[in-house]
Structures are given as C-alpha cells and as structure tokens.
Design a protein. Structure first.
Length: 80
C-alpha cells in the first residue's frame, strides 16, 4: 500500500469511529485538530485500523505518535 492509500484508510476509519464524514486528514494532522478525536476515539480508531489493515497494535505502538504521518509510517512498518 502507498502512504496515500494508508492515509485515506485511516481517514475513513476515523470518520467511521466519530460518525463525522467531514473529517479530512493530512500527514501533519494531530488528534487535537479534530474535535471528536478524544482518547476513547483514539482507542476505537486503532481497533478499527486493526480490522482494516489486518495487523495488531500494542499500547506502545499507540503511545507517543505525534501526527497522522507517524501513524501512516507505523501501519506501513506493520504491513512490511
């Protein structure tokens, strides 16, 4: 998968989790940029992403990600 495909899949997953289809993400987007993206939505997002990408994330994986670009890199590494 390309970075753009991963980014689009993350965006769709976040839209599904929050119920807000107007969310648009870029690599520089942060959780604080999206009103509905709180700590619970973050956990739900990673669960959703596990289903989408067929990978598993640990708490350590989720901790300390600065932006969506780092999320894309994490998914890409998990898929490799």
């Amino acid at each position: 998968m390309t970075n753009e495909e991963i980014l689009t899949s993350i965006e769709t997953a976040l839209q599904n989790v929050t119920g807000n289809s107007d969310i648009s993400l870029s690599a520089e987007s942060k959780a604080s940029d999206v009103e509905e993206w709180d700590s619970l939505a973050n956990v739900r997002l990673f669960i959703e992403m596990e289903g989408v990408f067929g990978v598993r994330f640990t708490a350590t994986d989720m901790d300390g990600l600065k932006d969506v670009g780092e999320m894309v890199s994490l998914v890409k590494a998990k898929l490799a």
